[in-house]
Design a protein around this ligand. Sequence first.
Ligand code: TPP
Ligand code: MG
Length: 369
Amino acid sequence: MTQELTAARAAQPASPGAAASSEEAGSHAVRLEGLYPAERASISRDEGLMLYRDMTLGRRFEDKCAEMYYRGKMFGFVHLYNGQEAVSTGVIRAMRLQHDWFCSTYRDHVHALSCGVPAREVMSELFGKATGCSKGRGGSMHLFSREHHLLGGYAFIGEGIPVALGAAFTSRYKRDALGQADSDAVTAAFFGDGTCNIGQFYECLNMASLWKLPILFVVENNRWAIGMDHNRATSEPEIWRKAAGFGMVGEEVDGMDVLAVRAAAQRAVERARAGEGPTLLECLTYRFRGHSLADPDELREAAEKEFWAKRDPIKQLALRLTDMGLATPEELKAIEKEIDAEVADCVEFALAAPEPDGSELTRYIWADD
Ligand SMILES: Cc1ncc(C[n+]2csc(CCOP(=O)(O)OP(=O)(O)O)c2C)c(N)n1
Ligand SMILES: [Mg+2]
């Protein structure tokens, strides 16, 4: 499986050899380097620009969140996704929006954006406004959108995995028991490396494999669970290998390379839609900021941060698109400018939006509401 993945790997690092070596950066970095070199995945100009736009929106949105958080516009814990964009974009944008299903964690803003939830609704939710995608009731960790098939962000780790499993079961049940032949939706469940030591993860792998459910278990292995090093917390750090114990396909992929993630996700989705069951996809990635905006991020070594910063997934894609003649630097700049305008607009919208009305406190508890 590693071989297959290696073949799908796309871009070389932005500046090979310029950063800290993988040995200095630790075993997570050594694993990533083990995935090189590779054949290049092919992509069209339109697909490439769509991926670039989605990842740039994720990054710029999160940067704006940090600014707003420090200006006191949002409350509670806020977990940013900077550095991991290739996973959200690579998986979600390989699936069918508003048809397939997606389930996130507390690090959910960018998953919501990739699913197509408007930036205005996401930012409003972070400000606790009535125009938020969860009507201002959820905040940063509880984004939800029925319209965009986002099954939620979850503050408890592992909590979303059985919910995602239920969605995958529903697809099969509709087809096999209710005779709805066109019921072919696939579900993607996102969660972190630390979450793979939780019981629900194993229970769900078992059921998914037993019933051949159409689900992708997407592990965003960023090496850290708050301040706990993945290698200290788990008996088998190569999470994708755990799939074998359940008779399931497992793959590891360079989670800093959107084209590699996309290719792996496409293979997994194809298997799931064909009734061949689930995949455990481990994406090796890194978060560029602290665990949450309340974390001063003083634990991690400078060499490690430097190694991963050199593999910034957005810069890698930009290089790839320009190298292949699919876009000019000016075109990419124009996209960034448009995104900046979209992000500025969503902040303005959210600031001006109304608070939820106190008289509606008990609404939206039941589905009928
Ligand atoms: C059931 C449960 N136990 C403990 C916590 C506290 N907690 C919050 S985040 C976190 C680490 C999760 O790490 P990981 O799954 O790697 O996700 P990442 O933050 O790296 O995205 C923990 C233990 C929790 N939220 N839920
Ligand atoms: Mg983690």
